[in-house]
Design a protein around this ligand. Structure first.
Ligand code: UD1
Length: 359
């Protein structure tokens, strides 16, 4: 069996690493080909992750880089097509919801190649999010849909997708977290930054709706006010850094930094008193670790994290940041984490069994 994995961005690497490893173990005589689209290309956004996750060097680098949605998607399709024609895989595996996911699913299905979508069925019901469009397309064309939470079943059924294509396997991002836990618990990143465990807020922001317009300035002002009450650590995504630089102000109250490697990031996450984010994956990682998460968005495609009690939707409203210290005081002691079913470190093994069985 020939399996080809397409990855392109930081979260893709995290979600796919355990799937590649499990399928290589389960099908040692198969051909396993890794294609990196190059949607993320900075060392801190790409190589560092592949190294820490133990992903073998990609067999093909498409080097599509940044660009408008149409340009990035089109470049990926144009460069992936000859690779697929040459490799002739039986299955193309795509994770998540980024432009590389959409482009790879479309390219493969047009060549009559089966597609497997890891993290299928999530919906924010917000078509202004590029990721929502990417997910819908990937799910529509994938023959194998690997799900990590129950609501995905209803979402897919509502779109007329037959049950036979769905496989509830659990969360491969949590597989990676579980595998790295001994290492990130020993990393001591908070102490290295002079921070006390449980007493700082970790911030990540990168969504266009928040960082590409005037809300960013307001958000940063709110973070500075929050930093007067508890340290605020903010490793800045390149998109966000570009926008902050064009706004031009200094931010002496904030611990700003470059994007972190995954071990350092998970180490800080596990020690944080709270997390403020607009990321999807971080809503899940905080749920697994039992860390309070405040999500600066109007909606989430991951309601399972809200139901688990760790995630609070603040709305796309920087003013709501001011309420975080009171919300934390009100929560009191954080109860032990209660991860959703099958968020147990074994999701990729289930995927490998299903693929190997030829279902
Ligand atoms: C992309 C995904 C988003 C995901 C995020 C994870 C899409 C539509 N968006 O957003 O769903 O949550 O990745 O991080 O696929 N840049 C660099 N270096 C890099 C990569 C990007 O400087 O290595 C800068 C460039 O200025 C680029 C901008 O960041 O234009 C945005 O990059 P892009 O990949 O288009 O989207 P992300 O915001 O990273």
């Amino acid at each position: 069996m020939r399996i080809l994995y397409v990855v392109g961005t930081r979260p893709n690497f995290v979600k796919t690493a355990p799937v590649i490893a499990a399928l290589r173990r389960r099908l040692p005589n198969g051909r396993h080909t890794i294609v990196h689209t190059g949607q993320h290309y900075d060392r801190l956004m790409s190589e560092v992750f592949l190294e820490e996750l133990g992903v073998p060097a990609p067999d093909h680098m498409l080097e599509v880089g940044s660009g408008s949605h149409a340009a990035q998607t089109a470049r990926t399709m144009e460069r992936l097509e000859p690779v697929l024609l040459d490799e002739r895989p039986d299955l193309v595996v795509v994770p998540g919801d980024v432009n590389s996911t959409l482009a790879a699913a479309l390219t493969a299905v047009k060549l009559g190649i089966r597609v497997a979508h890891v993290e299928a069925g999530l919906r924010s019901f917000d078509m202004t999010m590029p990721e929502e469009i990417n997910r819908i397309v990937a799910d529509r064309f994938a023959e194998l849909l690997f799900l990590h939470s129950e609501e995905a079943v209803d979402n897919l059924r509502a779109e007329g997708i037959p049950k036979e294509r769905m496989h509830m396997v659990g969360n491969t991002m949590i597989d990676t977290l579980v595998a790295l836990e001994p290492r990130f618990r020993a990393a001591g990143t908070a102490a290295r930054l002079g921070l006390s465990p449980g007493e700082f807020v970790l911030v990540t922001l990168h969504r266009p709706a928040l960082v590409d317009g005037p809300l960013l300035t307001e958000t940063v002002a709110q973070l500075e006010a929050l930093a007067a009450e508890m340290p605020v650590v903010f490793p800045v995504h390149p998109r966000t850094r570009k926008m902050m630089e064009s706004a031009g102000a200094d931010h002496p109250g904030l611990l700003l930094g470059e994007p972190l490697g995954y071990l350092d990031f998970l180490s800080l996450l596990a020690d944080a008193g709270a997390v403020l984010t607009d990321s999807g994956g971080i809503q899940e990682e905080t749920t697994y670790l039992g860390i309070p998460c405040f999500t600066l968005r109007d909606n989430t495609e991951r309601p399972v994290t809200v139901n688990a009690g760790t995630n609070t939707l603040l709305g796309l409203d920087p003013g709501a940041i001011a309420g975080i210290p009171a919300a934390l005081a009100e929560r009191g002691e954080t109860p032990p984490p209660q991860p959703p079913p099958l968020w147990d470190g074994k999701a990729a093994g289930r995927i490998a069994e299903i693929v190997a069985a030829g279902r």
